[in-house]
Design a protein around this ligand. Sequence first.
Ligand code: PGA
Length: 260
Amino acid sequence: MIIYKSMRKRIVAGNWKMNKTLKEGVDLANEINSKTEHLKDHSVKIILGTPFIHLAEVAKTVNPAYVKIAAQNCAAWSHGAYTGEVSAEMIRLAGAEYVILGHSERRKYFNEDGELLNTKVKLALENMLKPIFCCGEVLEERKENKHFEVVKTQLEEGVFNLPEEDFKEIVIAYEPVWAIGTGETATSEQAQEMHHFIRQEIAKKYGQSIADDTSILYGGSCKPSNAKELFSNEDVDGGLIGGASLNADDFLGIITAFQD
Ligand code: PGA
């Protein structure tokens, strides 16, 4: 049986990073919420990845039936004397359903490695948070033709030791580091090629049916002008959006790229 892409969850997730004051964030969430209300079938899942302190307010602002909330990180411990950290449980109880883990900025600036990320993924799942697990190569790795190997290792370290039932909760985001915030987007072919590779690796590990049901998002300078082409690929199930998620109309332009 052929499983069609349309059976997978289509997702457009915003990653606000360290942008927007609380008031600006609530205003943006409000605008996105009201401008997406009319999308009748809500076949695209909308996720807002906000800073920690925005989570509870933004969760109260949006309609949870079609706008979900994500944190951008969580602690690698469940609770205790870890000054400055925020636990998966706190995030969940603030109203988030997702957590972005393994973003290249966390890997680079906070030295987060595969082992640590795997701990965070497991804690998130224990607390009923769905991880949006990011992977992607830097430019040198692509130039040296190591991009498949790099992404495979990131998946093996971060999520491939999960039991099947847990893996089903994972969303994968492929974000080539050279495309993040640079204005340089992976071509549609480069995105499809890597997404297909990722799906094959998932199939090898968990079987074709789970691979077919896993949403794999593209991230890296995705905007209204290129979203449609990127999302038209068989294995691209949506996007993780940085810069263009900070403006309601740009974000909406990406969401509606799926619909027309
Ligand atoms: P960008 O960021 O859309 O600004 O390139 C994507 C991301 O880092 O998730």
